[in-house]
Write a protein that binds this ligand. Sequence first.
Ligand SMILES: Nc1nc2c(c(=O)[nH]1)N(C=O)[C@@H](CNc1ccc(C(=O)N[C@@H](CCC(=O)O)C(=O)O)cc1)CN2
Ligand SMILES: Nc1ncnc2c1ncn2[C@@H]1O[C@H](COP(=O)(O)OP(=O)(O)OP(=O)(O)O)[C@@H](O)[C@H]1O
Length: 193
Amino acid sequence: MHDIATKTRLRAELLEKRAMMLPGARSEAGRAIRDALLSVPEVEMAGTIAAYVSIGAEPDTRGLLFALWKRGAYVLLPKLLPDGDLDWASYEGPDSLAPGPRGCLEPTEPPRGPGAVASADVVLAPAVAIDRTGMRLGRGGGSYDRALARVGPAILTVGLVYDGELVPELPAESHDQRVRSAVTPSGGLLRFT
Ligand SMILES: Nc1nc2c(c(=O)[nH]1)N(C=O)[C@@H](CNc1ccc(C(=O)N[C@@H](CCC(=O)O)C(=O)O)cc1)CN2
Ligand SMILES: Nc1ncnc2c1ncn2[C@@H]1O[C@H](COP(=O)(O)OP(=O)(O)OP(=O)(O)O)[C@@H](O)[C@H]1O
């Protein structure tokens, strides 16, 4: 199979493009994505939302996290486990974060276990690219493949990407989990199902 090599190459190309973005692009994209997500009905209704703290050149999620928290939603954030799986703990504002592995900012609240993601009404996932079927390319740890496999079939899952990262087709391996929607700064929420 060439799929793994294709994914590795695509991931490197797309991350290189992100690294060349102008200063301000991350926060501008983050604001557009925040505004789009805050008006999605499932997000407006959600009691619990699984999200993540952006790192590197990802679209900035910090304003979104703050807005969700201020609105009274229970926000769960991932903590990377040594085997690549994700544990989850609650966000209690910007001061409830501390540096974790791989450049991540992680919640300092007590972890609730890898199964806690199943209690979320909406799950937001980082992505490097998403295709027209919802297939998602991540950082290559398989962390979100494992987390998304625990999420019920009726739950809205959303991949967050820049405009140019919605691509026609990504290679799919058997363990890959699709997201049910993607959000981009210019396109807003795009549902796949
Ligand atoms: N913001 C964010 N949080 C996340 C993820 C993610 O992709 N993004 N993860 C998704 O599974 C999990 C953590 N897994 C990660 C795997 C690899 C790297 C990584 O390659 N880090 C770079 C530095 C960051 C950058 O500059 O882009 C590195 O180590 O070189 C980061 C997180 C859970 N939390
Ligand atoms: N359920 C699982 N249990 C253990 N390992 C897994 C599981 N799912 C995927 N993996 C492993 O994770 C590795 C990376 O897979 P892949 O390239 O699809 O990650 P990704 O979706 O890009 O990354 P991520 O989900 O962390 O953002 C693969 O080697 C795969 O074997």
